[in-house]
Design a protein around this ligand. Structure first.
Ligand code: SF4
Length: 352
């Protein structure tokens, strides 16, 4: 099949995996994939790119995922922010115009569920913003407590759809329990984001299955990044297994299959391809997440080497984000940008 027919089949066939595989395997004539992804993004989101501020509040993690530079015992130094520090950063972010904060950390049991709930309630009461948590696996009733305290959204990637690879990468954990967690977050009423690590499996069939699984999960948000090996992990020295363009094509196919999902242009793309995040903005992404963590902490939160922006402060990261979005012919937007799967289309993009 040529690209045109593959794209037609992609949106009409029930079993999408073989078609996705063929699209990933194409050696030429791939422009149509990006053109369709862009048309899909533009039709739903117009020229608006939602800005969301990330606060990385703890670099400690009890897990040791094989690909992660901040896994337990892998960094000589680390930090934990106090509740007051987190609230100060939210106050600065609110002042700068953000309407969504993404609170991210390793799985750090030093913060109890009650601590997290207290932080959420305080942010909710003081700032009237949306809050996304990205802090790992919890029991179903704990997600419900987060939701009741003001957690609007939750990010939990499944990383790979290959169950045996998942078990090999995540000591003592299973893909089944990760997918169960994602379902539990959904059931709690929180908007859910998930996704995978592009290239963690060198098998293109697995990548096709990752895209298909992401689509089956019907996610409010889809967050993916390319695999970048960290020298302090068991995967040190391994390179991205294909032409880096495959990572961009993955995102374009995800956009075509998931027109309403929020898809960020994630930082790791800039490490794989110098203009990576621009390419995503030009084709399929509708979200950009500047780091608003204080500069003094940033070097200690490197999940992979070469992470951009670790020497910047919040205002520089934001100015650079806005300039970049505009250079790509798009406009930054500071609205909350809730899930389109739960909002009435097309009023979701009305600016404040
Ligand atoms: S990927 Fe997340 S859970 Fe795994 S070690 Fe890194 S911070 Fe911890």
């Amino acid at each position: 099949m040529n690209t045109h027919n593959l794209l037609r089949a992609l949106t009409s066939e029930n079993d999408k995996t073989p078609i996705i595989f063929e699209l990933l395997n194409l050696k030429s004539d791939t422009d149509q994939i990006y053109a369709l992804a862009k048309a899909t993004r533009d039709r739903v989101f117009g020229n608006k790119i939602l800005l969301r501020g990330i606060i990385e509040f703890s670099s400690f993690c009890r897990c040791r995922c094989s690909y992660c530079g901040i896994g337990a015992g892998r960094r000589k130094s680390g930090y934990r922010m106090t509740k007051e520090e987190i609230l100060e950063q939210c106050a600065d972010g609110k002042q700068a115009g953000y309407a969504t904060f993404v609170l991210q950390s390793g799985e750090d049991p030093t913060y109890s569920v009650k601590d997290i709930c207290d932080i959420l309630s305080e942010i909710h009461n003081r700032f009237n913003v949306a809050v996304t948590l990205s802090i790992g696996e919890f029991a179903p009733q704990e997600y419900a407590r987060f939701h009741a305290s003001g957690c609007d959204r939750y990010l939990l990637r499944f990383e790979t759809s290959n169950a045996s690879l998942y078990a090999a990468l995540h000591e003592g954990q299973t893909l089944e329990s990760r997918l169960e967690c994602i379902e539990n977050i959904k059931k709690s009423g929180i908007q859910v984001g998930s996704g995978f690590l592009i290239g963690i499996s060198p098998d293109l069939n697995d990548l096709a299955k990752d895209i298909a699984l992401t689509t089956t999960l019907a996610l409010d948000m889809i967050g993916c990044g390319p695999f970048i090996a960290d020298n302090d992990t068991p995967l040190a020295g391994r390179s991205f297994p294909w032409d880096p363009e495959i990572a961009l094509r993955t995102m374009a196919i995800l956009r075509i299959l998931n027109p309403l999902s929020h898809i960020p242009s994630t930082t790791a793309f800039d490490v794989l391809i110098p203009t990576g995040r621009d390419e995503l903005l030009k084709s399929c992404a509708n979200v950009y997440m500047p780091n608003i963590t204080r500069q003094k902490y940033r070097a200690d939160y490197q999940l992979y080497p070469g992470k951009p922006g670790i020497d910047e402060d919040c205002s520089v990261s934001m100015e650079k984000a806005i300039a970049r979005i505009r250079r790509c012919g798009l406009e930054p937007s500071f609205v909350r940008g809730d899930s389109l799967l739960k909002t009435t289309f097309p009023n979701f993009m009305v600016d404040k």
